[in-house]
Design a protein around this ligand. Structure first.
Ligand SMILES: NC(=O)c1ccc[n+]([C@@H]2O[C@H](COP(=O)([O-])OP(=O)(O)OC[C@H]3O[C@@H](n4cnc5c(N)ncnc54)[C@H](O)[C@@H]3O)[C@@H](O)[C@H]2O)c1
Ligand SMILES: [Zn+2]
Length: 412
């Protein structure tokens, strides 16, 4: 799969909402990054055609050039606030800091402790107070530098602080690079459930540097691969084939295929998000594997699975549902399940209690008018939304998935 250059494709795909001048302006901004770029290969750029449009850049070594990007997006008088986690700061903070300094930027760094339990309103309030203390006004730019938790909290904070300040997403986990940094969904958790308070707020730009993934724990990395393969199954056959063919290289975290993978996923997500910014029907295809995935996470108190691991099981069981109701051929289903396991296994064992999972799924905010919806694959690269699936079919599909796990060494 050779997907560069991205610009030709984007010109064809351009929709009427983002006019040519705006897009040209964005490329000029990113030209700053390109001109300063001294890496071994050119960055990949993905236009995101929302209002206003912006560009996601995938660049090996790009973190060392983040200063140029920030400079292009913040007024001279604007404060730069970096939100990060202690772990990411310890591993990559110096690289980012050096790059900001090179461009004459003196940033204030705010930390959110690691862990989903800190993604809450109390921490958000503390961070907002810290922004005041750092003299951030409406001209400020917030750079979210971390995994999906930092991206979600940083995005939310940027959207509500002084009714909205500039936001850049610099994701550092694979999951955040391929999925959560793009799309504009921000938020925090309540005691009653995950992501129950939030906003839609797009960043001015995304910068994903695959080199940063070298320090990511393997399990986190595989969890990100689950979200990546989702994009192949829901709408990009060539991406799915690429993942099938490059599975070993991807698992080994080889930079070249990884960079291509991230760019292809962002391109697919950008396509879906541009067509449906506020998650009405079209965008719901992104929830493939998530109806059961979220139920698995919730039923196990968010302790057994990483998000992508639960989604991997959710995708496998949902694929079996599609086969059982005659919407997907056994051959295509086998290919889908094989590819998921190839990049995501070993996984924590599956909870296959259908009653338990359906109770948890029913209280999920993705349930509409009390009816459970499933995004079903009907072919590799094509999905449809189905509701009213018989509980017995779901139970049988979960048993199929458990049998798959029992046959192969896929469970940790
Ligand atoms: N907004 C969206 O559209 C969207 C989509 C999917 C998930 N999410 C959210 O994303 C969150 C999960 O994100 P995640 O999987 O990135 O987890 P995470 O943000 O919790 O990061 C996982 C761990 O990896 C560490 N880490 C990050 N980058 C690292 C690196 N390069 N090297 C070493 N360690 C690193 C972090 O400090 C953290 O301890 C959830 O809160 C979920 O709700 C949001
Ligand atoms: Zn997800």
């Amino acid at each position: 799969m050779r997907r560069r250059p991205q610009r030709q494709r984007s010109a064809q795909a351009r929709d009427s909402r983002a006019d040519d001048h705006e897009v040209a302006h964005l490329y000029l901004l990113h030209g700053v990054l390109l001109l300063n770029y001294t890496g071994t290969c050119l960055p990949l750029e993905i236009p995101v055609q929302v209002v206003p449009p912006y560009v996601a850049t995938v660049a090996r070594g790009g973190l060392s050039h983040a200063g140029a990007l920030v400079r292009a997006h913040v007024p001279a008088s604007g404060r730069v606030i970096v939100l990060t986690s202690p772990r990411v700061r310890g591993l990559w903070g110096k690289t980012l800091d050096a790059s900001l300094r090179k461009d004459g930027l003196d940033a204030s760094v705010l930390e959110l402790p690691d862990g989903e339990e800190h993604k809450n309103l109390a921490e958000l309030a503390k961070l907002a107070e810290a922004m005041v203390a750092a003299s951030a006004d409406r001209e400020a730019l917030l750079l979210a530098f971390g995994g999906g938790v930092i991206g979600d909290v940083g995005g939310f904070l940027a959207s509500v602080y002084m009714r909205g300040v500039r936001l850049l997403q610099v994701p550092t986990t694979l999951l955040a690079m391929v999925d959560s940094s793009l799309g504009g969904k921000t938020g925090v958790n309540l005691a009653a459930g995950k992501n129950l308070v939030g906003t839609f707020y797009h960043p001015r730009a995304i910068l994903a540097d695959p080199d940063v993934l070298a320090t990511l724990p393997e399990r986190e990395f595989r969890s990100g691969l689950a979200e990546a393969i989702k994009y192949g199954i829901i709408g990009a056959t060539d991406l799915f084939t690429f993942i099938e063919q490059e599975a070993a290289a991807l698992r080994a975290c080889r930079p070249e295929p990884l960079e291509q993978l991230i760019a292809a996923c962002l391109q697919e997500k950008a396509r879906v998000v541009a067509a449906d910014e506020r998650e009405s029907d079209l965008r719901r295809v992104l929830n493939f594997g998530h109806t059961l995935g979220h139920a698995l996470e919730s039923a196990t108190g968010y302790t057994r699975y990483l998000h992508g691991e639960a989604v991997a099981w959710g995708m496998i069981a949902t694929t079996r549902i599609a086969i059982r109701i005659g919407r997907l051929s056994e051959a295509q289903g086998t290919r889908i399940v094989g590819a998921i396991l190839n990049v995501c296994a070993p996984l924590p064992a599956l909870v296959d209690d259908a009653g338990l999972l359906l109770r948890h799924a029913a209280s999920d905010k993705k349930t509409r008018a009390g009816r459970l919806h499933f995004v079903l694959p009907v072919a590799i690269g094509r999905v449809e939304i189905a509701c009213g699936i018989d509980e017995a079919v779901i139970a049988a599909a979960l048993q199929d998935a458990a049998a798959i796990a029992a046959r192969a060494p896929v469970v940790r």
